[in-house]
Design a protein around this ligand. Structure first.
Ligand SMILES: *[C@@H]1O[C@H](CO)[C@@H](O)[C@H](O)[C@H]1NC(C)=O
Ligand SMILES: *[C@@H]1O[C@H](CO)[C@@H](O)[C@H](O)[C@H]1NC(C)=O
Ligand SMILES: *[C@@H]1O[C@H](CO)[C@@H](O)[C@H](O)[C@H]1NC(C)=O
Length: 114
């Protein structure tokens, strides 16, 4: 039992150090269609998943090495962007962002974490 838990924790720590967890949804407050990805930093992703393109209203960078993730209005991480800062505990940063609050509702076409 203890061994299993220890290796599970070791795995989580290892993945947290090499990647970031980015979560999005099509409605404010993590409602509607939801998606989450574990990704490396500095990699641009197109929002090709069903229902997500130009349809995001919520984003949350929950953990990992990255400082945050950016959503872009155009493909290939081009055009205007909104930066979502990583949640760092209750003392800092809201964490979850309703994109209506940052004037980026239903705009994102691609994204990348840094
Ligand atoms: C985001 O929207 C949801 C649903 O409308 C609301 O419950 C929540 O308080 C909002 N969060 C922020 C940070 O405004
Ligand atoms: C946007 O998301 C809603 C669910 O929040 C879904 O019903 C709708 O079909 C989506 N629209 C597009 C254009 O993908
Ligand atoms: C980004 O947008 C600019 C201005 O519209 C354009 O000139 C450039 O070719 C675009 N770059 C990519 C990689 O799409």
């Amino acid at each position: 039992m203890k061994t299993t838990l220890a290796s599970a924790v070791a795995f989580l720590v290892a993945t947290a150090h090499s990647s970031v967890v980015f979560m999005v949804a099509t409605e404010p407050g993590n409602n509607g269609i939801t998606y989450s990805w574990v990704t490396d930093r500095w990699v641009c992703h197109e929002l090709t998943e069903p229902g997500l393109y130009k349809n995001l209203s919520y984003a949350y960078v929950s953990s990992g090495l990255a400082n945050g993730c950016a959503l872009y209005e155009d493909a290939r991480c081009n055009g205007t962007s909104a930066y979502i800062e990583k949640y760092k505990g209750d003392l800092c940063c809201p964490g979850a962002v309703n994109l209506t609050d940052v004037k980026f509702d239903k705009k994102a076409a691609s994204w990348a974490c840094y």
